[in-house]
Design a protein around this ligand. Sequence first.
Ligand code: 5GP
Length: 178
Amino acid sequence: MTILDKSFEPFIFESDIKNRIHALAEIINSQYEDKNPLFIAILNGSFIFAADLFREISIPCQISFIKTASYLNTHSTGTVRELLGIDENLEGRSVIIIEDIVDTGNTLNHIMQTLRDKNPATVEIVTLLFKREALKHPIFPKFAGFEIPNKFVVGYGLDYNGHGRNLKDIYQLKNAQS
Ligand code: 5GP
């Protein structure tokens, strides 16, 4: 499968993503019962994961969105730009950040610091994908869908220069490309 100038191969199928999200939601439903968690989804990449996960949450809860950008082509630039901030009062709230993928952890490191300044009771992370080998910051998602190798992926909300977000499965960059 080709997107712009790069070739990708199938990596995680829609049915496996669906099953994993159902399992993650069951854990969150039991751990956050009576806590009225506030989910904060990080746009753009997490919009599809957030929508699917949120509909599997069966306890009282709320959701809000933050928009950041740090990626250019297939690499992180290291600088996190906040394009849309958070208005909600987080004082005493049980916050769960919804992220599509934790790579270097740079984005979440920045966001966690910003959120902690607002005095929430707890801040945890649910991420669909976790590239543990790429981690450069002390970011440890409490809930992770799949641990994956340090290779660029697209699909299910994740893009390559704005393309590929609509793919139902997740694809991995073919070898000998970066
Ligand atoms: P980090 O700040 O952890 O390095 O990167 C976080 C953000 O970079 C993710 O939210 C995602 O938007 C983007 N990103 C990281 N790895 C990948 C990847 O393999 N594929 C795509 N499409 N985006 C990625």
